[in-house]
Design a protein around this ligand. Sequence first.
Ligand code: GLU
Length: 436
Amino acid sequence: MAVTSALAINHHDYPHTPNPVFDNSPTFQMACRQLDAVAEVIDIDRGVLQRMSLPKRAIVVSIPVRMDDGRTEVFTGYRVQHSLTSGPSKGGLRYHPSVDLGEVAALAMWMSWKCGLMNLPFGGAKGGIGVDPAQLSRGENERLTRRFTEEVLSVIGPRMDVMAPDLGTDEQTMAWIMDTYSMKIGYACPEIVTGKPVELGGCIGRREATGRGVTYCILEAMKELNLRPAETTAVVQGFGNVGSVVCQELAKNGIKIVAVGDRYGSIRNLKGIDIAALTRHVAEGNLLKDFPGAEPIAPPELLLTPCTVLVPAALERVIHKDNAKKLRCRILAEGANGPTTPEADEMLNDSGIFMIPDVLCNAGGVTVSYFEWVQDIQQFLWTEEEINQRLRELMLRAFHQVRSLACERHLSMRTAALSLGVQKVAKEKLRRGLYP
Ligand code: GLU
């Protein structure tokens, strides 16, 4: 068949296929609205668009766990695979009390666009368990993780779906998943997860990768705006794996961090927070909000603190219609997934704020996950320099592709970034065709 006819575009109207399972979730609605905005500006086959507006597969599992006091508690876990068109689906596993199926489905869709934008041979996935990991002992956390792995065993695999850390999970979580999977198949299989400890086949620099990628984007945006790092300030929401590394990397580049917050509280010091001291304070088991080198502020004030760069690096939908107009930053760098609602997005589009959207800004994590997976499969390790240099190269390439498309077509940075990601997946779906 001629290529042109195989790729012929079908332009029927595009109403979303209503879906009672996902449609009530505000986060999933948000992901669908973003996809609609993309569909308005690029040519996509309508059938493909309909397929891409829902996940390929979503599974909900009950996870019974024997608690330390002898009781049994049952948690709910999710794994959603949005697309397996480009390769195995890829995405994090989050432990948080507010996790639900719609949120995980939205996050899985965003992973597809992120992998598409970065040109990685992966589809998007996400998983989660509705639990507060801070309330679990280490043993409870291990039993929860291993039982969850067992429950989703039939839909994961190094060529099918590869998990990684996300909110509330870490290298140790990945080590338990890797061990459970390896015990089941009878041999060590490091490529079943990424973001695992280096001694188990993890990649040097994976833990820092998301924060480093965010920093590369911020420094590049500063160049575009003729801002000198030494004269700039930053505010960071979140001090976990992403936020803490962003603070350290920005501070290394001479940028003054004036306010930081996490789920327990926020602090500010307009002279600049000593990030090395704050990192030590938190590592010693203290709460960020009790750091003596800064004053506490009310959490809603954090995002409104005047600064050059604002980095939301925690949860979704923290920038919304009620606070969007009050932001006082030059650059908004989305370290978190989905921190800005579509209503806030519209308000920010005319505000002059330079937006670095999540699918671009935080793509460093999955990019180094890809490096980790490739090294595990080939059993051939790269040096730290190779990893960091390739990460920087891929981040900057994507940054400039997005920037050029946004300028050429007069699109927002978000619509440009999503368009590139969506278009790659759409083209692959069209080429592969619909089976049967
Ligand atoms: N959880 C990260 C994200 O949202 C990384 C996923 C991965 O490395 O697979 O991008």
